[in-house]
Design a protein around this ligand. Structure first.
Ligand SMILES: [Mg+2]
Length: 358
C-alpha cells in the first residue's frame, strides 16, 4: 500500500489574514512587507497584486511601480503565528504525523486514516472546509503518495486548489517537470543540469544513474529516484535545523571596507553566540552579500573540524569577503551563517541506498 501524504499551503497567508480582518481591503491588491520608501521587501502579496507581476522577495519600491494602487501593510508576525497555531490544531486531528514547514505550510501523513474518512483526497477536502469555516482563510492541498509529489500537487491549482497525484498520473507529470521544480535542485544545480542538457524529469531519467552520480555525486541517485516518482522521506514532526546565522540590511548602502569589516566582526559574535546556544557543531561558514542593485551572492568555506568562537568565524569570513566586490560595489545587506552541522545528513540515508517503493 502506498503512503498517503497531504501537503497544505495557505493561499497568500499574511495578505489573506489582513484582508479578512479589514473588509475594506476586499478586492484590493494588498502587499504585506516593508514600506517602499523604507527599502522594504515584499513578504506576501494578495492574488490581485500578483496579477501586476508583484511577488514575494521583490523590493517594495519595485512592487509599487508595478502596482500603483497597492495597499502596503507592515507584517505582524505574532498575529500570523496565532492564526497558524489555530490551523495546525485542525490539521493534527486528521493526521498521525504533522510536519510544519513554515507558518503556512505543513505535511500530513494520513496513511492511517484516523478519522475513518475513507480516502486522503476526501480528508483534504474536509480539512479545507474546516480551515475555511474556522478562520475564513483558504488553503490549497496536494495529495499524493510521497512528500515531493504532494508539495508539487498543492501548487498546481492555487488558490483554493485540491490536486491529487496518483501513482498512475505521476510519471506523466514528472516527465514534463522542469528540473528547477524538483526537491533538492536549487539554482546552481539547475544550471549544472542545463549545461548537461538536462531540463526535465524525462531528461533526468534518460541521463541514467551512472551519469547523474558522475556529475552530482550521491545526490545523483536522489535526483534519479525523484524523477522515478520515489521519495522515501518520512513526514516527521522533528525538524532538524540546517543552519543558523544573522544578517543585517543597512539603512544606507555601504561601500567603505573598514565599516564592512567592523560589521563582520559584530555578526561573528552574534553567530558564535547562537552556535553555542543551540549547541551545534558547524563545518561550513557562509558570507552573504547583497549589492546595491539587489544582486545577491554567497561565498562559503567548509572545514574539517567544527568552529565555535567569534574569532574563528571572523577569521574564516574575512577571506570570503575578498572573493566579493564589496568595497568596489556598495552593499545593502550582509549576512553570516553557519551550516553543515555534525549530526546533519543532507538527506535521510535510506533515500540514497534504497529507491524501491513497494
Ligand atoms: Mg502559502
Amino acid at each position: 500500500m502506498y503512503p498517503k501524504i497531504i501537503h497544505l499551503d495557505m493561499d497568500a497567508f499574511y495578505a489573506s489574514i489582513e484582508k479578512r480582518n479589514n473588509p475594506s481591503l476586499k478586492d484590493k491588491p494588498v502587499i504585506v512587507g516593508g514600506l517602499p520608501n523604507k527599502r522594504g521587501v515584499v513578504s506576501t502579496c494578495s492574488y490581485e497584486a500578483r496579477k501586476y507581476g508583484v511577488h514575494s522577495a521583490m523590493p517594495s519600491a519595485a512592487a509599487l511601480k508595478l502596482c500603483k494602487n497597492a495597499v502596503f501593510i507592515l507584517p505582524d508576525i505574532e498575529k500570523y503565528k496565532k492564526e497558524s497555531r489555530k490551523i495546525f490544531e485542525i490539521y493534527k486531528k486528521y493526521a498521525d504525523v504533522m510536519e510544519p514547514l513554515s507558518l503556512d505550510e505543513a505535511f500530513l501523513d494520513v496513511t492511517q486514516d484516523r478519522m475513518n474518512i475513507g480516502s486522503a483526497s476526501e480528508t483534504a477536502k474536509i480539512i479545507k472546509k474546516e480551515v475555511y469555516s474556522k478562520t475564513g482563510l483558504c488553503v490549497s492541498a496536494g495529495v499524493s503518495y510521497n512528500k515531493f509529489l504532494a508539495k508539487l500537487a498543492s501548487d498546481m491549482e492555487k488558490p483554493d486548489g485540491l490536486t491529487v497525484i496518483t501513482p498512475k498520473k505521476a510519471p506523466a507529470i514528472i516527465e514534463n517537470l522542469p528540473v528547477e521544480k524538483f526537491f533538492g535542485i536549487g539554482k546552481q544545480t539547475a544550471k549544472k543540469m542545463h549545461y548537461h542538457r538536462i531540463y526535465t524529469g524525462k531528461d533526468i531519467l534518460n541521463a541514467g544513474q551512472k551519469k547523474l552520480t558522475a556529475i552530482f555525486g550521491k545526490h545523483g541517485n536522489l535526483f534519479y529516484s525523484f524523477a522515478s516518482g520515489h521519495d522515501l522521506r518520512p513526514v516527521s514532526d522533528f525538524r532538524e535545523r540546517k543552519s543558523c546565522g544573522r544578517e543585517i540590511t543597512f539603512e544606507k548602502d555601504i561601500s567603505d571596507k573598514k565599516t564592512i569589516i567592523e560589521i563582520i566582526k559584530k555578526l561573528s559574535t552574534l553567530v558564535s553566540d547562537i552556535i553555542k546556544k543551540i549547541k551545534v557543531r558547524p563545518h561550513t561558514i557562509t558570507l552573504k552579500i547583497r549589492y546595491y542593485d539587489f544582486h545577491t551572492i554567497t561565498r562559503s568555506t567548509t572545514l574539517n573540524s567544527p568552529f565555535f568562537s567569534s574569532e574563528e568565524i571572523f577569521r574564516l569570513t574575512c577571506p570570503l569577503l575578498e572573493k566579493t566586490d564589496a568595497g568596489k560595489k556598495s552593499i545593502r545587506l550582509l549576512g553570516i551563517s553557519a551550516s553543515n552541522f555534525e549530526t546533519e545528513s543532507c538527506f535521510p540515508k535510506q533515500l540514497i541506498f534504497d529507491f524501491n517503493l513497494s
